[in-house]
Design a protein around this ligand. Structure first.
Ligand SMILES: Cc1cc2nc3c(=O)[nH]c(=O)nc-3n(C[C@H](O)[C@H](O)[C@H](O)COP(=O)(O)OP(=O)(O)OC[C@H]3O[C@@H](n4cnc5c(N)ncnc54)[C@H](O)[C@@H]3O)c2cc1C
Ligand SMILES: NC(=O)C1=CN([C@@H]2O[C@H](COP(=O)(O)OP(=O)(O)OC[C@H]3O[C@@H](n4cnc5c(N)ncnc54)[C@H](OP(=O)(O)O)[C@@H]3O)[C@@H](O)[C@H]2O)C=CC1
Ligand SMILES: O=C(O)C(=O)Cc1c[nH]c2ccccc12
Length: 387
């Protein structure tokens, strides 16, 4: 058994940022990571052509700006280089191959007891922590909906987190389910690799491009969000025109408003819309059922597919291992309290990276958490600041 001041579970951007902010306040902490590398989402659970959708200045972790030589919209590879240099620059040493399997609050000791399995030795390790930070991510596990007949589908099905590129799909009939940024970009990639691509779009969505969002981000520093939303919506409409006839309806609420209210991200188009307009990518409505290799859609269309890619989002898994999750999370493993009060629970438990506000949200969470722990331990308020 090992006593620690702060135990952080997960060495993604959130866990690393919290660790660094605490170390700047000289607060001892340990980071546990189930893989034998950090930032598993960016390293192993994303596709080849992934780039940051937001300009690099909105994708920073505390204490380290991006190199001036890196491009405004960084590639996955250069973002990973940033993460790797963050670790080495600040001497963060996550304990790898530690899969956290249980966490519970020990009332009489006022400590968090955390059990991890060392996946290289198979030994169990026990930690007793004064503070526990959950940083296992809101994108911890791919979500695949239950659809009638899916079990009997004879082709290949994967979740978007397993998709790398369209190279194995040339000339295949492929259905992408889900029209978030993953689904839209994967459809584009599949089509570039010569797959006959269809995408299920069931809800209204905002379509913008990265430049429009950049303008919106800059504007929202100076004007109310409603104004930034109006400008982006105008630009989007002007650039793309009315997309209703292609099966894309626009929501009534603005793109930033929706992001803040529900975490729903606008589509940051990489060229998919043009392929939809030209007929290279077919838009289909919600799935009714699956019969063998045939998929039946709400509009009566029945179409045969060789493969389905589920870009249907993610779930948190924190509620699986954290027994006493109710001090901070709901049964879905997401914060009980709405943003911006989501990061702090009862009995010295915190969560970082659960605000659905991307890397900027992670940076804010980690500063808030480190400052709060510092205040509880030392009575010092608001010492750590954002970049
Ligand atoms: C495809 C994709 C692209 C994105 N692009 C952007 C973008 O461009 N800009 C932006 O601002 N945001 C983006 N995001 C948002 C994204 O959530 C963040 O970029 C970020 O990776 C989240 O960091 P995190 O540390 O909270 O979670 P993760 O990156 O998921 O890290 C969590 C870590 O915890 C580990 N872990 C999980 N369970 C356990 C356990 N039981 N025991 C031990 N370790 C565990 C995991 O292995 C992982 O390394 C994107 C998200 C996705 C899915
Ligand atoms: N380059 C980048 O920066 C990228 C960033 N990302 C980000 O990662 C996060 C996760 O994105 P993503 O993986 O796209 O997940 P999202 O949760 O954003 O999107 C999931 C999509 O699946 C749809 N869906 C869910 N269930 C069904 C169903 N049964 N039938 C049909 N459609 C369904 C949802 O539709 P509905 O709205 O109707 O529920 C939604 O369109 C987002 O914040 C996104 O912006 C992702 C890719 C690239
Ligand atoms: O891409 C993501 O998942 C993000 O959460 C990044 C992000 C944070 N705030 C935004 C507002 C508009 C578009 C993307 C984002």
């Amino acid at each position: 058994m090992e006593e620690v001041v702060v135990l952080i579970v997960g060495a993604g951007p959130s866990g690393l940022a919290v660790s660094n902010c605490l170390s700047h306040l000289s607060i001892r902490n340990i980071v546990l990571e189930r893989e034998d590398y950090c930032a598993s989402l960016w390293r192993k659970r994303s596709y080849d052509r992934l780039n940051l959708h937001l300009a690099k200045e909105f994708c920073l972790l505390p204490y380290m700006p991006h190199a001036s030589s890196s491009s405004t919209f960084m590639s996955r590879k250069s973002f990973l280089e940033y993460i790797d240099s963050y670790i080495s620059r600040f001497g963060i040493e996550p304990r790898y191959c530690r899969s956290v399997e249980e966490g519970s609050y020990i009332e009489n000791e006022r400590k968090w007891r955390v059990e991890a399995r060392n996946t290289s030795t198979q030994e169990k390790e026990v930690y007793m922590a004064q503070f526990l930070v959950v940083a296992t991510g809101e994108n911890s596990k791919g979500f695949i909906p239950e659809l009638p007949g899916l079990d009997g589908f004879e082709g290949k099905t994967i979740h978007s987190s397993e998709y790398k590129s369209g190279k194995d799909y040339e000339n295949k009939e492929v259905l992408v389910v889900g029209c978030g940024n993953s689904g839209m970009e994967i459809s584009y990639d599949l089509s570039n690799f010569g797959a006959h691509t269809s995408i299920v779009i069931r809800s209204p969505l905002h379509v913008l491009n990265k430049e429009m969002v950049y303008v919106g981000m800059l504007l929202s520093k100076y004007v109310p969000m409603t104004v930034a939303d109006a400008v982006m919506t105008f630009l989007g409409k002007h650039w793309y025109g009315d997309l209703t006839r292609y099966g894309i309806r626009q929501p009534a609420k603005g793109p930033f408003y929706l992001k803040v209210e529900s975490g729903k991200t606008p589509i940051i188009d990489v060229g998919t819309v043009k392929k939809i307009q030209s007929g290279d990518i077919m838009v289909l409505p919600e799935i009714v059922r699956i019969n063998g290799n045939n998929v039946v859609f709400q509009n009566g269309v029945v179409k045969r597919f060789d493969g389905i890619i589920f870009a249907t989002g993610y779930k948190s898994t924190a509620n699986y291992w954290l027994k006493d999750y109710e001090y901070i999370l709901n049964k879905e493993g997401m914060p009980k309290r709405p943003c911006p009060h989501h990061w702090k629970g009862e009995n010295n438990i915190y969560c970082a990276g659960f605000s659905k506000q991307g890397l900027a949200g992670i940076a804010r969470d980690s500063v808030a958490i480190a400052n709060d722990i510092n205040e509880v331990l030392n009575g010092i308020k608001g010492k750590t600041k954002l970049n």
